[in-house]
Design a protein around this ligand. Structure first.
Ligand code: ZN
Length: 197
């Protein structure tokens, strides 16, 4: 986190790949995982997710599936909207060997006045990286997959990923937070990508 150089590739993680020289097998797994992640243009990404009320096996299965998809796509976070489910559920993992964290019905209880800009990417917007300003520290109240209350105090990259994923639950994308010129550039790139060859 202290290493600014490191922040974007990771965040490009939520979305993002650690580009350089990946094993072909890893890349193939990533390609297949990304096919299951909802891509820009789908209205589900602009929709608000609903409160989760049932903490059942189906929810735990959803958490497990999202954790796997995040892992395979080399992301560091994934929100339910991105798998086509409008439920207030997100998963993230900021350290490669750490456990996958799942937050259900997360609410920001407190955010620092201190903010910083950093480059972010998104699994739903491949190839797009824009600067986003966010509070450096947050305190988030949520539930775990079993319905128990959890309180997360996060800073730096972890705080950023959580806020990025929480934005998804409200139908907000990094494009909505990017400086105008970067947003315009990104929209152009996305249109070109979607245009028939
Ligand atoms: Zn995202």
């Amino acid at each position: 986190m202290a290493d600014a150089q490191h922040t974007d590739p990771e965040l490009e993680a939520d979305d993002g790949p650690q580009e350089p020289e990946l094993d072909p097998e890893v890349l193939e797994r990533r390609r297949r995982a990304l096919e299951q992640v909802v891509q820009f243009g789908d209205p589900v990404l602009k929709s608000k997710a609903m409160i989760v009320t049932e903490f059942d096996d189906a929810l735990r299965a959803e958490v497990a599936r999202m954790g796997e998809l995040m892992h395979d796509s080399l992301g560091i976070g994934l929100a339910a909207n991105q798998v086509g489910r409008l439920r207030r559920l997100l998963v993230y993992r900021v350290s490669e060997d750490g456990p996958v964290q799942a937050l259900v019905n997360p609410e920001i209880e407190w955010a620092s006045k201190d903010k910083e800009w950093s480059l972010e990417g998104c699994l739903s917007l491949p190839g797009v990286h824009v600067d986003v300003e966010r509070p450096i520290h947050v305190r988030v109240r949520a539930q775990d997959a079993g319905g128990d209350g959890v309180l997360v105090e996060a800073s730096g990259l972890e705080a950023r990923v959580i806020q990025h994923e929480m934005d998804h639950l409200d139908g907000v994308l990094i494009l909505d937070r990017a400086p105008r010129d970067q947003r315009r550039e990104a929209m152009r790139a996305l249109r070109e990508r979607d245009a028939p060859a």
